[in-house]
Design a protein around this ligand. Structure first.
Ligand code: F6P
Length: 325
């Protein structure tokens, strides 16, 4: 018999489609194993301010298909301080919480790691962010949905770009990572992809345009917001000066990439990881993130998940270059 009687679950950092499916999986797995579940609202802020709510099976009905998070989310400064974490610990103790599942990104896991160095209540993480930039999992919850949203939007932009023979710089999310840009660029047949993981893609784009073959066609450039060459606006300004014959327009997709009903892939990933997180807690795991690597559930210590860099697939970069030539 597990020593666990009561666990808590929270969502933290930027929301991602599929977080609700993960909450549902955590609650249903816990209830199946006769555990009580407390939902913590608004991430770590709720842990400090006692925003607690019991969750039973029926509370998570009809949420698997919904975007956002029923528990709400926040980026919490207070949890970065010792006093904040002490208050959080006292509040968890008062409720007899035996373990916590944190659904979020690397900022959320950094908080969890520090907490677990100071206090014994075990935390297990589930990677939830559209950026897909977490080491220890091939896919984060929300990435696939965001990718499909971007592809749908960019296909529409291609129609109008093509009709007017225009060049578009489309900016997608990814503050420090180009996962969304790279895959969506390949899926939409973009002429160029500009991401933080590589240098000199601007030169490659110039080479393509200098060749003269793109003059009478539509041209799509997907730019990750975090690229060192600047976002879509900065790049478009540069290229307007360099190529005055091209008619250039800009679209920043922004937060629409974070919303919407999760894809089937994200729902299944969230269900697998929610189940795995509760199992990990019952197996006395602590300070680890559950992930999916080569289609198998894996555990990665928070220390590695937040410190090690996950690289984009370099083969895809090369393929994109070949296919856009
Ligand atoms: O981490 C997810 C993310 O959507 C990033 O891609 C983006 O840079 C950031 O969050 C935006 O954060 P906020 O919603 O706080 O503006």
């Amino acid at each position: 018999m597990t020593k666990f009687k009561k666990i808590a679950v929270l969502t933290s950092g930027g929301d991602a489609p599929g977080m609700n499916a993960a909450i549902r999986a955590v609650v249903r797995t816990a209830v199946y194993n006769k555990l009580e579940v407390i939902g913590i609202r608004e991430g770590y802020k709720g842990m400090i301010e006692k925003l607690f709510t019991p969750l039973w099976s029926h509370d998570v009905s009809d949420i698997i298909q919904r975007g956002g998070t029923i528990l709400k989310t926040a980026r919490c400064k207070e949890f970065k301080s010792e006093e904040g974490r002490k208050t959080a610990y006292d509040n968890l103790r008062e409720l007899n919480i035996d373990g916590v599942v944190v659904i979020g990104g690397d900022g959320s896991f950094t908080g969890a790691r520090i907490f677990n160095e100071e206090y014994e209540i075990p935390f297990v993480g589930i990677p939830g962010t559209i950026d897909n930039d977490i080491y220890g999992t091939d896919y984060t919850i929300g990435y696939d949905t965001a990718l499909n949203t971007v592809v749908e939007a960019v296909d529409k932009i291609r129609d109008t770009a093509s009709a007017h023979t225009r060049m578009f710089f489309v900016e997608v999310m990814g503050a420090e990572a180009g996962f969304i840009a790279l895959r969506s660029g390949i899926a939409t047949g973009a002429e160029a992809i500009i991401i933080p993981e590589t240098r000199n893609e601007g030169d490659k784009l110039s080479k393509l345009l200098d060749g003269g073959t793109r003059q009478n066609a539509s041209n799509l450039v997907i730019v990750a917001e975090g690229d060192e060459e600047g976002g879509a606006y900065a790049l478009a300004e540069r290229y307007k000066k360099l190529y005055p014959d091209y008619e250039i327009r800009i679209t920043v997709l922004g937060h629409l990439q974070r919303g919407g009903s999760p894809s089937a892939f994200d729902r299944v990933t969230a269900s697998r990881l929610g189940y795995a997180a509760v199992e990990a807690l019952m197996d006395d795991q602590k300070c680890v993130m559950v992930g999916i690597q080569s289609n198998k559930v894996s555990l990665t210590p928070f220390r590695k998940a937040v410190k090690l860099h996950k690289d984009v697939n370099r083969d895809l970069l090369y393929i994109q270059e070949v296919l856009s030539s």
